[in-house]
Write a protein that binds this ligand. Structure first.
Ligand code: COA
Length: 260
């Protein structure tokens, strides 16, 4: 087994499985630039290494991730497509081997949108999904404005993206955002069984099947992702997002009433 830990992303390689763990529980696994870089590096390494058959994305016991670290985000906003957050999204959307996610607790913002690029998403009853981009004065990312309506239908996608309300694991599974729900105490073991199953299948056939499942959408995904990225960067500099971010950072409610 090979283990490494850097910048709050833990990497464990064993049995043909690369486990990427978001491990910053004191900030509910909020993702900083350094953490996006470490996740991207993990995916790049997994793509090169033939002994890795499958990648698992996970958080900690009671939390997947609360999404972008809003403090880091305010200090170091993404500036273009080469920014760490967009490089990570590109890497995850183009990754050729199976990507499995294990979700307990909150999966906010990119914590939910990254799941749209996974092949299998396992959650427990504690999982909660939320897309508060509008609430933050922002707009969707990760091609979620394209992938989410395709997956759950326009009206349900609008509700998730416009109102930014949280949904639980049962609702997420009904909508098709989650493959299956396992009880919290069994989640790790059940997911491990699925991962091992994947490692024992013929790798070329697995990757070919994943590619075929995604081929009709890959061009649109790349296009929408870069359009959204440009708008996201633009929105971030607007007074609406500044108000929302300052409100979060100072622990008050945002006030959007002054905006035309
Ligand atoms: N960025 C930075 N810090 C974050 C964070 C984020 N996205 N999410 C949580 N934290 C921090 C909190 O500031 C708090 O830090 P502190 O203990 O130093 O004050 C700590 O993590 C615990 O969070 P808290 O809000 O107290 O936990 P909670 O259980 O009451 O609420 C959430 C959980 C997920 C509902 C809430 O933290 C939240 O809404 N976070 C922001 C999510 C978000 O908007 N993400 C960005 C999407 S683009």
């Amino acid at each position: 087994m090979m283990n490494s830990s850097s910048t709050l992303i833990t990497t464990t390689q064993d049995n043909g499985i690369l486990q990427l763990g978001i491990t910053r529980p004191d900030k509910l696994n909020a993702l900083t630039i350094a953490m996006y870089d470490a996740l991207t590096a993990g995916l790049e390494m997994a793509a090169q290494d033939d002994s890795i058959r499958v990648v698992l994305l996970q958080g900690t016991d009671n939390c997947f991730t609360s999404g972008n670290d809003l403090a880091d985000f305010t200090k170091n906003p993404p500036e273009d497509e080469n920014s760490p957050v967009f490089r990570f999204l590109k890497a995850i959307s183009q990754f050729k081997k199976p990507l499995v996610a294990k979700v307990s607790g909150p999966a906010v913002g990119i914590g939910t949108t990254m799941l749209l690029h996974c092949d299998l998403v396992y959650a427990d009853e504690t999982a909660k999904f939320r897309l508060p981009f509008v609430n933050l004065g922002l707009c969707p990312e990760a091609a979620s404005s394209y992938l989410l309506p395709k997956l759950v239908g326009h009206l349900r996608a609008s509700e998730l993206l416009l109102l930014g309300e949280a949904i639980d694991a049962v609702r997420a599974a009904e909508m098709g955002l989650v493959t299956r729900i396992f009880p919290h105490a069994e989640l790790t073991e059940k997911v491990f069984t699925k991962l091992l199953q994947l490692t024992q299948l013929p790798p070329r056939s697995v990757q070919l099947t994943k590619a075929l499942l995604k081929q009709n959408q890959s061009r649109q995904v790349a296009g929408v992702m870069s359009e959204e990225g440009a708008l996201f960067i633009e929105q971030l500099a607007q007074p609406e997002a500044q108000e929302a971010l300052q409100a979060f950072l100072t622990g008050r409610q945002p006030d959007f009433s002054k905006f035309p």
